[in-house]
Design a protein around this ligand. Structure first.
Ligand code: SAM
Length: 284
């Protein structure tokens, strides 16, 4: 067991500083104070960090750390800089370091070497998204980015099916629709929210059920997105796959019902959105 009294032992500190997720005005006095006082700022991308520093007229040496040099550079920062009495701040491009961003290795290396680690608060995309989503914010599960390959993504989501907390995902713009479709496939018509471009000019919340979101016209595909999905409750059933849905529609049609009416009837029975059934039925 180890205790770290960060501000009492007069030892140098590694500060993990949260930075704006869009609007550069979202910094606290303390953020500016710490960034102005440290000896070195380690960052993910010097151009991104320079933009923030320039806005607040902070001039500090910058060192960029990337995934490929994270282990070696972390050791160097701890052994050659912090242990020589210098204070260091680490910032990622946006939000909190270590939250779907690098920083974990630096923190672990610091702690292994008994260096004080302290966090300077600021915005994080998933917290902004959660509190305004309208979904239950008393309990939540943050997942970050999902696997890219469809099969792995489905398996990952199936494991989350019975989690009762609000589920939170990050996603890249070009994968948004595909991921919404997969979420709908696994979770069904659960309540969901897309939080887009938070703190920026085009900030937008789209709240609806997953089946509505996947069939929505003009779904935005540009910007940064957080996806939130309602957690499990006992009334929720594991989802019907496309094959079962098509089978149900075909069975109705075999009884002489038109395609349109069969789709309507299956939507009613399954409590799924009729546009969604239509889309599934006409997709092989
Ligand atoms: N460290 C960051 C944090 O604390 O939120 C997350 C960094 S992660 C590499 C980037 C992802 O966060 C984006 O793909 C998006 O899903 C989400 N994100 C970041 N900024 C956002 C914003 N302004 N609006 C919506 N989502 C955002």
């Amino acid at each position: 067991m180890k205790r770290s009294l960060n501000f009492a032992n007069k030892q140098p500190i590694l500060y993990l500083v949260a930075t704006p997720i869009g609007n550069l005005k979202e910094v606290s006095f303390r953020t500016i104070e710490v960034l102005s006082s440290v000896d070195l700022i380690v960052c993910e991308d010097t151009r991104v960090t320079a933009r923030l520093l320039n806005k607040y007229k902070i001039e500090k040496p910058l060192l960029y750390m990337e995934k490929h040099n994270e282990v070696a550079l972390s050791k160097k920062i701890i052994n050659e800089i912090i242990q020589n009495g210098k204070n260091v701040a680490y910032v990622s491009d946006a939000g909190y370091p270590c939250i779907s961003d690098p920083g974990q290795i630096l923190v672990e290396t610091a702690l292994t070497n008994d260096i004080n680690v302290s966090t300077i608060s600021g915005p994080s995309a998933f917290l902004n998204a959660l509190v305004a989503s309208g979904l239950d914010s008393s309990r939540f599960y943050f997942h970050g980015f999902l696997e890219v390959k469809e099969k792995s993504k489905i398996n990952e989501l199936r494991e989350l099916f019975k989690r009762k907390e609000t589920l939170i995902f990050y996603e890249a713009p070009h994968r948004l629709l595909k991921t919404l479709e997969t979420l709908n496939k696994v979770f069904g018509a659960r309540k969901a929210c897309i939080a887009r471009e938070l703190t920026k000019k085009h900030e937008e919340y789209i709240r609806g059920n997953l089946d509505e979101l996947v069939t929505m016209e003009n779904l935005p595909t540009k910007g940064e997105f957080v996806i939130l999905v309602e957690g499990y409750n006992d009334e929720m059933q594991p989802q019907l796959d496309g094959e079962t849905i098509r089978l149900m529609v075909n069975q109705m049609m075999e009884m002489g019902v038109s395609t349109k009416d069969a789709i309507k009837q299956v939507a009613k029975t399954t409590k799924l959105n009729k546009n969604y059934i239509y889309k599934i039925y006409h997709t092989n």
